[in-house]
Design a binder for this molecule. Structure first.
Ligand code: 13P
Ligand code: SF4
Length: 309
């Protein structure tokens, strides 16, 4: 029997013993996605975490997603296979710097992307994800100025979609999406002239302008699966290939490499592995621990977002 099968069986056995659910983001390795109870984007996984009634949430994604799950369902034990599974957007916006920005603009509403630390969420008026950011901004009265953190590409995309001029945007970026070079997408379009382009809104403006569709991870998958086209250039993390090929085995999906690594993988997401998932279920660690005060403060802006749709 292959080693991964044994490992998978160990994980499923531990999952049963722990009364755990395995929530998996689309950017995880395929072998982790195969063991998922739910695969989703950050909004779908937050909703799932909120309604889960077992004992343990094994969050195969990055740390801010697991923190969100803990805030929404604090009586559960929430574990992440690798504690170093972070996010460049989270790192770009430390809470003390956001507090200083707020002090300079005391009349502004704070809209934070879910890719933030729990401390930044606690300083925010409402959260958003890539799926609902336009609706969230539109839910704020037009005359109320906004501070949007931390993703400059998502913020500028939302600004263009809403026509909102009174919105200041933090200068954070995703190391994966923000470094997709326009010239490589142009080359991919020349190589695959029949292909449609689907992009995540964390990509730079030149990429988004060349796209046929812009949306969250799950929205990209849904769009490609339902579309009548046969070929797609997918401008997001290549982990989405798992659901794309499972749902549309007859279509072709092409990924474009970013500047850093000549790949389209998130190095934080890829820190998780089957071995680490097994160990985390066995040891119930690394575990998200948050103070009651932090949970209470961060929950309100998350729940405001979840109440929207
Ligand atoms: P989604 O909201 O599409 O899951 O995106 C999360 C993320 O980290 C994108 O890089
Ligand atoms: Fe963060 Fe980018 Fe990785 Fe998403 S892909 S978790 S935004 S670093």
């Amino acid at each position: 029997m292959p080693a991964t099968s044994t490992l998978a069986e160990e994980i499923l056995e531990l999952k049963r013993a722990r009364r755990a659910t395995i929530l998996v983001h689309h950017y995880q390795e395929a072998e982790i996605q195969e063991l998922a109870d739910v695969i989703g984007d950050s909004l779908e996984l937050s909703r799932k975490a909120q309604s889960f009634d077992g004992d343990v949430i094994a969050f195969c994604g990055v740390w801010f997603m697991a923190e969100t799950a803990k805030v929404l369902n604090p009586s559960k034990t929430v574990i992440v296979p690798d504690a170093e599974a972070g996010c460049s957007l989270v790192d770009s916006c430390p809470a003390d710097q956001l507090r200083a920005w707020k002090r300079r603009h005391p009349d502004h509403a704070i809209v934070s992307y879910i890719n933030t630390s729990v401390e930044v969420k606690a300083e925010s008026d409402i959260l958003c994800t890539s799926r609902n950011a336009v609706d969230v901004v539109n839910s704020i009265p037009a005359d109320k100025p906004i501070l949007f953190t931390p993703d400059i590409n998502l913020g500028n995309y939302v600004k263009r979609q809403t026509g909102r001029e009174n919105m200041k945007i933090w200068q954070g970026t995703c190391i994966v999406h923000a470094t997709f070079p326009g010239r490589r997408l142009t080359a991919a379009k020349v190589e695959h002239p029949e292909a449609f382009v689907a992009s995540h809104p964390e990509c730079p403006e030149d990429i988004l302008r060349m796209s046929d569709f812009i949306g969250s991870t799950s929205a990209i998958i849904d769009w490609c699966v339902k579309h009548q086209g046969r070929e797609f250039i997918v401008m997001t993390e290549s982990g989405v290939r798992f659901s794309l090929e499972r749902n549309s085995p007859d279509k072709s999906f092409y990924f474009v490499a970013n500047e850093h690594c000549n790949c389209s993988e998130c190095p934080y997401m890829k820190r998780n592995s089957l071995e680490k998932l097994r160990d985390s279920l066995r040891d119930l660690a690394p575990r998200v621990e948050l103070s009651q005060e932090m949970i209470d403060r961060a929950r309100l802006p998350i729940e405001r977002m979840l109440a929207l749709k």
